[in-house]
Write a protein that binds this ligand. Structure first.
Ligand code: HEC
Ligand SMILES: [Cu+2]
Length: 327
């Protein structure tokens, strides 16, 4: 073998190695994120760094059961994460901030605790003003009891209410601002100056509540509810989802071990078919509870997961357990 040929061979070998090795090296640099049920440790790592405008490559695998990955407030397809397999996705963020990622599969009682954060640094390409949640602006105490002192004796009729409402001049009671800051009971009470009977007033309440929702919004609310809430609150809102009993019993124990020093007061999930509870709650109050979570009761916080619009749609859907909105 001539020296020149030998050198050429080395060059070619090194070159071809480089072609294969370089992407391999980059690929290996993308850390593999392990998913485990919350009791097994949840995500590791659970804090990921990223830069605005730079693609973030992520690789996942599961060490136990099927999980899913999605980032809150981001329009993305959840990524399935299967045991023994590697799945991947690439994300690009156009705003700095702390994003929450979460599991999208009901992998166990503490499924919703499978959350982590992506810290995105860099210059903002679009500026967004941070608005305070409505319950803060209104000064609502989320932990105060909010039961309606009076509830309908028969289920209100939305159709009947629509007809009655058209005969009244109550435009100040039908605005979106009014709806968000008042409970159905407060509206019922504000209608006492009309000539309507008690049951007719409830009918009008139902009609006005329905007028503040849209079919598309209710459909989205229903879907979000089925995916994220029904396992605890029950498909039909009765507070009796598949995890309800476990939450009260096993949940207390497992959550205590996970949060050692935190005193946990486990409760059964709220019953949205209960008229005292729902007719006494304004959308702003429900929004606060959903944003903040139950602080130790087992009710997760959803503020970093859903957009404000999605939360208003879920709230509109929660009221549909009280009213017979026409389809
Ligand atoms: C892991 C179980 C669990 C899941 C999942 C869950 N909740 Fe809850 N939720 C609870 C528990 C327990 C309570 C009662 C204790 C409390 O209010 O903190 C509650 C209370 C609430 C309340 C307060 C009601 C009131 O009148 O005080 C609202 C509103 C609510 N949940 C909405 C939701 C929505 C919307 C979702 C889905 C996006 C959801 N919850 C998912 C367990 C859950
Ligand atoms: Cu999971």
């Amino acid at each position: 073998m001539k020296t020149s040929e030998f050198i050429t061979r080395i060059v070619i070998t090194v070159f071809s190695l480089g072609v294969v090795a370089l992407p391999l090296a980059l690929w290996a640099q993308t850390p593999l994120i392990h998913a485990r049920i919350a009791e097994g440790g949840g995500w590791s790592p659970d804090i990921i760094q990223a830069k605005v405008g730079e693609p973030l490559h992520l690789k996942f695998t599961s060490d136990d059961v099927m999980h899913g990955f999605a980032v809150g407030q981001m329009d993305m397809q959840p990524v399935d994460i299967e045991p023994g397999k590697v799945s991947e996705t690439t994300l690009t963020f156009d705003k700095p901030g702390i994003y929450t990622f979460f599991c999208t599969r009901w992998c166990g009682l503490n499924h919703w605790r499978m959350r982590g954060t992506i810290e995105v640094t860099g210059a903002a390409t679009s500026l967004e003003s941070v608005t305070k949640p409505l319950y803060v602006t209104l000064g609502i105490n989320l932990d105060a009891p909010h039961n309606a002192p009076l509830v309908p004796t028969d289920p209100p009729s939305t159709v009947n209410g629509q007809e009655l409402a058209s005969t009244l001049s109550i435009s100040q009671l039908t605005t979106p601002d009014y709806y968000r800051s008042h409970s159905p009971y407060q509206l019922f009470d504000n209608l006492r100056f009309t000539s309507l009977s008690t049951s007719q007033r409830w009918d009008v309440v139902s009609a006005i509540w329905q007028a503040n929702s849209t079919p598309a919004g209710l459909a989205e609310g229903k879907q979000l509810y089925a995916q994220n809430c029904a396992a605890c609150h029950g498909e039909f809102g009765g507070g009796n989802g598949v995890f309800a009993d476990d939450l009260a019993a096993a949940g207390a124990a497992s959550m205590q071990t996970m949060n050692g020093d935190m005193a946990m007061s486990m409760q059964t999930p709220a019953d949205f078919t209960n008229p005292q509870r729902m007719l006494g709650a304004s959308p702003a109050l429900l929004q606060g509870k959903i944003l903040r979570g139950g602080m130790g009761t087992g009710m997760p916080m959803w503020g970093s997961i859903f957009t404000h619009e999605q939360i208003w749609n879920v709230i509109a859907y929660l009221y549909s357990f009280q009213f017979d909105y026409p389809k």
